[in-house]
Write a protein that binds this ligand. Structure first.
Ligand code: PCA
Length: 207
């Protein structure tokens, strides 16, 4: 089974992005029956959707786990829905701040994740990892990549389990912050990712 795992580079005031860290760590790990592909995306509203679309077309993954940072979250968020909207609260790393624009002109208003988020949530909670199902991935780069990948796989005949997962800030960022910032360790983030990858692999049926 081929699984694509993506993360993002740091952006805005965040000097570190846990999603980049887990992708880098996972890239050297082995999972039984899994051809794992990893990718760190730029926080750039033109380059990120281009790269994710090109990678899906080229690599034809059976599943995609896309990760990003949501710095005010207390738990790992399994995103339920991607919406056709770019409405950036802050500029991206290219300096562009887009307001009130669709991602795909005439595209559907939203796509639901094709990951079994309910089962994944139970699994993570059983392992003592704080997680929740989230009903919004925001309207910035994470939602943009989530929507773009769901749009791409919806045009393919092959079913692909794909979804987006938001990670809280890392303790090192919370330690430096003058605000009360919730955080979760890289080890827990990594364990969550490993659990999800193994679950996908165990339940995969080749068509
Ligand atoms: N988080 C941002 C974009 C990149 C990232 O890691 C977001 O939630 O949209």
């Amino acid at each position: 089974m081929r699984i694509l795992v993506t993360g993002f580079e740091p952006f805005s005031t965040h000097s570190v992005n846990p999603s980049q860290k887990i992708v880098e760590a996972l890239s050297t790990e082995k999972f039984l029956g899994v051809d794992l592909r990893t990718l760190v995306l730029p926080v750039d509203h033109v380059r990120a959707p281009g790269i994710i679309t090109e990678t899906i077309r080229k690599d034809q993954p059976d599943a995609i786990l896309a990760f990003g940072l949501a710095s005010s979250r207390f738990k790992i968020g399994l995103e339920q829905v991607a919406i056709n909207l770019m409405d950036f609260r802050i500029p991206d790393n290219s300096g562009k701040q887009i307001s009130d624009q669709p991602i795909i002109e005439d595209g559907p208003a939203a796509y639901f994740t094709t990951l079994a988020v309910r089962s994944l949530l139970t699994l993570l909670q059983e392992k003592g990892i704080p997680a929740e199902i989230s009903l919004t991935a925001g309207s910035y780069l994470c939602n943009l990549v989530f929507y773009t990948m769901m749009h791409e796989i919806s045009s393919q005949t092959k079913p692909t389990q794909a979804g987006f997962i938001h990670l809280p800030a890392l303790p090192e960022e919370a330690a430096k912050s003058d605000k009360t910032l919730p955080s979760l360790s890289l080890e827990l983030d990594l364990n969550a990712a490993r659990i999800m990858i193994n679950h996908l692999a165990q339940n995969f049926r080749r068509n």
